[in-house]
Design a protein around this ligand. Sequence first.
Ligand code: NAP
Length: 238
Amino acid sequence: MSIKDRPYIICLMMTSVDGKILGENWGDRPEMVTLKNKFEQIHNQIGIKAWIVGRTTMEKDFTDYTKPILKKADHQIDRNDYVAAHGAQSFAIALDGKGKLGWESAEMEGDHVITILTERVEDAYLAHLKDIGVSYIFAGSDEIELKTALYKLRHLFGIEKLMLEGGARINGSFLNEELIDELHQLLLPIADGTTATSTLFEIDEAIKKEGATLLKLENVKQIEDDVLWLTYKFKYSS
Ligand SMILES: NC(=O)c1ccc[n+]([C@@H]2O[C@H](COP(=O)([O-])OP(=O)(O)OC[C@H]3O[C@@H](n4cnc5c(N)ncnc54)[C@H](OP(=O)(O)O)[C@@H]3O)[C@@H](O)[C@H]2O)c1
């Protein structure tokens, strides 16, 4: 896919030294809280005005597990993309093919919400989104096709740069399709040690391409509190 047809994609993640990403396993001692706050700090410092997360991250860290809100539709709603806020300058984007997220407002942390759906979602779900002014795009009939979604983010909303901000599964899907341009890893001085929790990239065995991806280290910066800010570019084989 040509870079002109999708946003330039920067993945930002914070990890323990053992590559784990679930901050809730790290406790809430003041030092841990300070470390966990680095994510937001560096997000703001990078300053890109569009960010995308998976359904799980959005409901856990942003919408507080709100259930989908349905509005009785008095007519059938077609599966055309809906650009609600013409001229919005910043975007909070969710990958939510089945329409599981409950949206109560068209803004998240001051950014206009775009949700990426498949055509399988109910009319009543779309009616509610339209009612509150959440933008939605369709990217696939049953499963999300990332390239379709990214093409639309670029061409319908003019998004040229996008922050990919987890979790493990959406990062893994983008990696598997060679759609990440840069990785910014905040390596926190934390040893997690759990065996079952998520790591930075997780790709379903059934779809994972053979082998691993090489990266090129572009920058190493030590920031406050013993955190390393590592910047890589991807060296895809194709
Ligand atoms: N350390 C960090 O920097 C950081 C950053 C962000 C998040 N996190 C943490 O990561 C955890 C969540 O990670 P996660 O891996 O469980 O979930 P995730 O990547 O946030 O979301 C995965 C979900 O997104 C939906 N999805 C739609 N299209 C997809 C596609 N092409 N590929 C993958 N997913 C797609 C699916 O929802 P359906 O099942 O509904 O289809 C899927 O289950 C949270 O605990 C969060 O706090 C950590």
